[in-house]
Design a protein around this ligand. Structure first.
Ligand code: 13P
Length: 287
């Protein structure tokens, strides 16, 4: 069932668990995530970065593919197609193409410009029942060309953006896209607690979900995090399983080169990763 992400995240905040956003790259990725969500009766958010959208030939292709899969696979759990780190123009395009949720990432603008642009996107998206994620502070590291310095979000600025009527907020609290470096300082829960105090009952989003220890995830959820984004971990699991298959020479046995066989171990690895995350996030059985 394709839906906006608002209701599933309001419920998650209320129920003290988080819904996973798993980024997609192609058909195998999408199928693996949808299958797992349905098997585990979990709501799910399919994240699409602007780069991945281009790779899949455009937002319309993504929407039609997901719509088709939801129908043909008989998916009954709530599923949102969500633009990840959208630019101002990108968010408008995704809304036009039929995404059910968008992130407008105005964190690299001045706070005044972030407020102005976020307001426009909220008005446009809400007129079509589409949910909106905004960002304050920045997520460190790089994702699909979006580079962030990793500065902490200012709780007062979070309040300004929250007051625009956004549906959920990404706030930098020391989280980083990609694999965490050895000397990572961890999440800053003091900043998170201050943000939560300012924004009240607004679901918060934790980007950079790859490699965050379980105890930190649980503490973040207890402080209002209701959506956690995971991308790199599925990519690493897919690459690892595919490499093992090829290194074992399985593509040379019989028809092992058939793409449906060649991509099967990687697809299964994505399913296993998604399951593991849903267990930690507590979203199993919540659909
Ligand atoms: P990771 O790639 O670190 O899991 O981050 C994903 C993310 O935050 C998507 O926006």
């Amino acid at each position: 069932m394709l839906v906006s992400a608002k209701e599933m995240l309001d419920k998650a905040l209320e129920g003290h668990y988080a819904v996973g956003q798993f980024n997609i790259n192609n058909l195998e990725w999408t199928k693996a995530i949808l299958e797992t969500a349905q098997e585990l009766k979990s709501p799910v958010i399919l994240g699409v970065s602007e780069g991945a959208g281009k790779y899949m030939t455009g937002y319309k292709t993504v929407v039609k593919m997901v719509e088709g899969m939801v129908e043909e696979m008989g998916i009954t759990v709530p599923v949102a197609i969500h633009l990840d780190h959208g630019s101002y123009e990108g968010a408008k395009k995704a809304i036009e193409a039929g995404f059910t949720s968008v992130m407008f990432d105005g964190s690299h603008y001045s706070i005044d410009e972030n407020v102005e642009k976020t307001k426009d996107i909220v008005n446009l998206a809400h007129s079509k029942g589409i949910s909106v994620e905004a960002e304050v502070g920045s997520i460190g590291g790089e994702e699909d060309g979006v580079v962030g310095t990793g500065e902490f979000a200012d709780p007062a600025e979070c309040k300004m953006i929250a007051d625009l009527g956004i549906d959920f907020l990404a706030a930098g609290i020391g989280n980083i896209h990609g694999v965490y470096p050895e000397n990572w300082q961890g999440l800053n829960f003091d900043v998170l607690a201050e943000i939560q105090k300012e924004v009240g009952k607004l679901p918060l989003v934790l980007h950079g979900g790859t490699g965050i220890p379980t105890d930190m995830i649980k503490e973040a959820i207890s402080l209002g995090v209701s959506k956690i984004n995971v991308n790199t971990e599925c990519q690493l699991a897919f690459a690892d399983a595919t490499r093992k298959y090829i290194e074992a020479g399985k593509d040379k046995e019989g028809k092992g080169f058939d793409p449906r066989k060649l991509l099967a171990p990687g697809t299964q690895a994505i399913k296993d990763t998604v399951k593991e995350k849903m267990e930690i996030f507590g979203s199993i059985g919540k659909a």
